[in-house]
Design a protein around this ligand. Structure first.
Ligand code: GLY
Ligand code: MN
Ligand code: MN
Length: 433
């Protein structure tokens, strides 16, 4: 993570909260998995965005205009013995030298320092309800200050969320961030190609997941979210993560997997035949989903609003469902009645960035947000056909989703994940190779 970028972001936050505000942002806690075993540590996205500091047990404080330093980083002390067991720590000297802190203080001294830092400010910007230890601490510091009012000390009268400021900033990706996302997308696309090439009847879902993860890890990426590898009917379970079954001849397999690079995510779904050849029925459904996806991507233009890709996808999917004989009636009326929801029950995308379902408002003043350059979203229509008496058996258990990551630019939609093939002919050719 570029330290220059982090410094720019801190300055922007300080400009927005103004000279009377103060912001506090905690690092992610370490989480226990089971006795003596922790989950791999993943830094909190907001904290990472502002600090680039990789450690737990840290608190960033932005206090515009504070003479002793505007950016204060509370962090763990150096501790040679603990570091021998658990890994290196920056300590306060490292926080200043390598992470741009104006002042670095031991996390153990929060209670001594925070009332002084908060004293006299008008607003504390803090996202309540995320880390209860910090909510409690903040209430304690404010109570301490209120108890000293006769000495001229003044507790900030307002606690306001930092989210609107920070998340609005995170919604617009800089060139550096787009570079990270492009790299995450390129490696993730390579991972999907690798899975396509490794696939044949008898291979298991977890073996394809292993191909995906191998490609991430040999390139220094981690997964951005739990990989979904669903063969046959498992493709109709939207968050299927067991990845435990054997892949069967004649079935499709849906893979929804994306890697993370420098804290930035890719999110790709491809659906391909286990044996390398789509059947005519699979092809027919696939072409409907693909046409819906292309129509939705076409709506990712400056000036269009958030819901237009979804509206385009729903229209094309509904027309396709009528052509396939899965819905009966007038497409426009069926869209109105949301008849497609039986086969398409999720939305067409989400913002993408440091979090796979990234932050950022979808509506402003109750109106869908209009696309602007630098926004990144996913476009991921699908059709999921579970067995039912009124559905021709040849469609049963077909689950198809096609998902790409799209950057809004002045030149139109830029597909970051275009290296993952999605045309039927391309996929079949790759699987034959
Ligand atoms: N992989 C999560 C999603 O597609 O939203
Ligand atoms: Mn997605
Ligand atoms: Mn996905």
């Amino acid at each position: 993570m570029s330290q220059q970028e982090c410094a720019k972001r801190r300055r922007a936050v300080m400009d927005r909260i103004g000279p009377h505000g103060v912001a506090i942002v905690p690092s992610a806690p370490h989480r226990l998995r089971n006795h003596d075993v922790h989950y791999p540590y993943r830094q909190d996205s907001d904290f990472q965005y502002l600090t680039g500091f990789p450690e737990p047990e840290a608190l960033a404080v932005l206090a515009p205009g504070r003479p002793e330093g505007q950016y204060i980083l509370f962090c763990r002390d150096r501790d040679p013995e603990r570091e021998t067991w658990e890994g290196r720590r920056a300590g306060q000297a490292g926080a200043q030298e390598n992470f741009g802190a104006d002042q670095a203080l031991p996390i153990s001294q929060l209670d001594e320092w925070m009332p002084k830092i908060l004293n006299g400010r008008e607003q504390v910007h803090h996202s309540l309800g995320q880390q209860s230890w910090l909510d409690k601490k903040l209430i304690g510091w404010l109570t301490t200050l209120r108890g000293q009012s006769r000495r001229g000390v003044r507790a900030p009268p307002e606690v306001v969320s930092l989210d609107p400021v920070l998340h609005e900033m995170r919604l617009f990706k800089s060139d550096v961030e787009i570079g990270y996302m492009q790299h995450a997308s390129d490696i993730s696309a390579a991972a999907h190609r690798r899975a396509m090439q490794a696939c044949k009847p008898g291979v298991t879902e977890y073996q394809l997941a292993a191909e995906i993860h191998h490609e991430y890890e040999r390139n220094g990426l981690t997964w951005a979210y739990g990989s979904i590898v669903g063969g046959g009917s498992n493709a109709c379970i939207l968050h299927y993560v067991e990845n435990a079954d054997v892949l069967k001849d004649g079935d499709l397999v849906l893979i929804d997997a994306g890697g993370e690079w420098q804290g930035y995510c890719a999110d790709i779904t491809r659906t391909f035949p286990v044996n390398g050849r789509y059947t005519s029925t699979q092809k027919a459904v696939y072409e409907v989903v693909l046409a819906a996806q292309l129509a939705a991507i076409d709506m990712c233009q400056i000036g269009r609003h958030w819901n237009q890709p979804h509206e385009a996808a729903v229209r094309v999917l509904t027309e396709g469902l009528v052509t396939l004989g899965l819905l009966k009636g007038e497409p426009a009326e069926l869209v109105e009645k949301e008849a497609y929801r039986r086969f398409y029950m999720h939305s067409t995308g989400h913002w993408l960035g440091m979090d796979v379902h990234d932050v950022g408002a979808y509506k402003l003043n109750d109106q869908w947000r209009v696309f602007e350059p630098g926004m990144v979203l996913t476009v991921e229509p699908g059709l999921y056909i579970t067995p039912a008496d009124d559905i021709d058996e040849r469609f049963w258990n077909i689950g198809i989703r096609i998902e790409d990551d799209v950057l809004i630019t002045a030149e139109g939609p830029r597909i970051l994940t275009s290296q993952a093939p999605k045309q039927i002919a391309e996929i079949e050719a790759l699987m034959r190779a």
